[in-house]
Design a protein. Structure first.
Length: 257
């Protein structure tokens, strides 16, 4: 596993490797009782779940194509890339994983960065129970689990606009995700969406959502994990997001912005 991660410029320590292997065993055990993932082969889980989740730390350096978007008339695209690459290595970030499911990417990020304070937001009771169990068994003291929906907690004054980093993986179409996630992002923070390459046209339909949510894209990157094409999108707010968003339960998915 260490060698595999090193190919993508990610250093994997022995303690992290042990926790990921423990994570795998618990994932397969629980998956026999509740639906967590269709991927259960050890190598496939390592690549398609663990490594993919961790690539937030190095995706700009291993990307096949990394497009940097201007954020002002005088922005320097190289400096934007370098700024985010440096920023994502910062200590003590406050992180939210929206729709955490089986814990990807949030639990993996917690294993790599025990100094980060990570909240896992998951609406399904059985999956939330799994997340609580696994974070306890792996002694991930930096993780909290909240069972609930983004539409509701996005209006919670203790959570709204309070996270340095919001992440989401395999949850919904990008327009919907933006409404779920951007209200949680702090004024100086970022939202990172993990997507499959087949979703690379979703950005084309996000202009209205970005305008409504006072947000902009700064990076979209394509990369390959063995035979799997992947995308990462990075967004940030440019001013306070309207209190209208997110709309009530179910509306963002039924009527995307």
């Amino acid at each position: 596993m260490k060698e595999l991660f090193s190919r993508y410029n990610i250093e994997l320590g022995s303690e992290q490797e042990d926790k990921l292997n423990g994570y795998y065993k618990l994932l397969v055990d629980w998956n026999s009782r509740i639906n967590l993932t269709a991927i259960t082969d050890h190598h496939d889980v390592v690549v398609k779940h663990f490594l993919d989740s961790a690539l937030i730390f190095s995706f700009t350096s291993c990307s096949d194509s990394c497009r940097i978007h201007e954020i002002s008339d005088n922005s320097d695209k190289d400096s934007i890339d370098q700024h985010f690459s440096d920023w994502i290595q910062k200590d003590h970030l406050k992180v939210l994983d929206v729709g955490s499911g089986a814990g990807f990417p949030g639990v993996v990020l917690a294993i790599f960065r025990p100094d980060w304070k990570i909240t896992l937001l998951e609406p399904t009771l059985k999956r939330a129970d799994f997340l609580k169990h696994i974070t306890s068994r792996l002694s991930l003291d930096n993780v909290d689990v909240i069972r609930g929906r983004a539409e509701e907690y996005g209006h919670d004054p203790e959570l709204r606009s309070s996270f340095d980093l919001v992440v989401s993986r395999a949850v919904a179409e990008l327009r919907i995700l933006l409404e779920y996630c951007m209200p949680f992002v702090s004024p100086e923070g970022y939202f990172v969406s993990y997507k499959g390459e087949h979703n690379n046209k979703e950005l084309d339909f996000c202009e209205h959502a970005l305008n409504e949510l006072s947000s902009r894209i700064i990076i979209d990157a394509e990369y390959k994990l063995e035979d799997m094409d992947r995308m990462i999108y990075v967004f940030c707010p440019y001013e306070k997001i309207s209190d209208r968003y997110p709309r009530r339960n179910g509306i963002p998915s039924k009527r995307p912005l």
